[in-house]
Design a protein around this ligand. Structure first.
Ligand code: ZN
Length: 203
């Protein structure tokens, strides 16, 4: 399974250049399909703070005198608060000609290449596939984060949305049967979100 499930995140090719990176929020929400690029947390289903991360961090852009990269759209990643904070100013390379050296650094999550370094196991947990994937896995602290629980809660929430639409069209016994399923899923989802709320730093 992919980190982003069935969503394909890609930045648009054409956009109006903006001076401030924060002005790209609308484009990022659309291009990242309202999902964290790094951990694949779907903000359509999971309430969580979202931020704009710099693939090459601001400090590295300044250090290597490429300040233009700070507001360059291709350097921006829509990210959850925890991923953004874990990555923060990390830059393991001594230049910014590339974003990794094959062992250390980052892969742009808005590319097909991301899937070759990180994926989800059948439990929904994010796992590394390469040494570069392992570098990112460590930086984002995926080992300690509740990536499996978030994935499962999202899957249940999607089922709930489907059930809601179905129930509206049903009557009689069939409606009762689906309503029971709906309440069961809703209880499971509420239990999961209660755990997630208590462990905000690990989501
Ligand atoms: Zn994230």
């Amino acid at each position: 399974m992919r980190v982003h499930g069935d969503k394909i995140l890609r930045r648009r090719a054409k956009y109006r250049k903006k001076k401030r990176y924060t002005s790209y929020k609308k484009e990022l929400v659309e291009d990242f399909q309202n999902m964290c690029g790094y951990c694949g947390k779907d903000f359509n289903y999971m309430r969580c703070e979202h931020q704009i991360d710099h693939l090459i961090p601001v400090d590295a852009c300044k250090k290597f005198k490429q300040e233009n990269m700070i507001s360059e759209y291709s350097n921006l990643v829509y990210s959850c608060r925890v991923c953004n904070r874990n990555k923060w100013n990390d830059w393991p390379l001594d230049n910014i000609n590339d974003i990794h050296d094959g062992q250390k650094g980052y892969i742009d999550p808005a590319t097909e290449e991301y899937d070759t370094h990180l994926k989800r196991n059948s439990n929904g947990e994010i796992i590394p596939l390469t040494s570069l994937g392992n570098y990112m896995y460590d930086i984002f602290k995926f080992e300690y984060r509740l990536t499996s629980l978030i994935w499962k809660a999202t899957c249940i929430k999607k089922e709930i949305e489907i059930l809601k639409k179905k129930i509206d069209k049903l009557e009689g016994e069939e409606r009762t049967e689906y309503l029971e399923k709906f309440y069961l899923f809703q209880t499971q989802f509420d239990n999961m979100t209660n755990i997630l709320k208590e462990k905000r730093e690990l989501i």
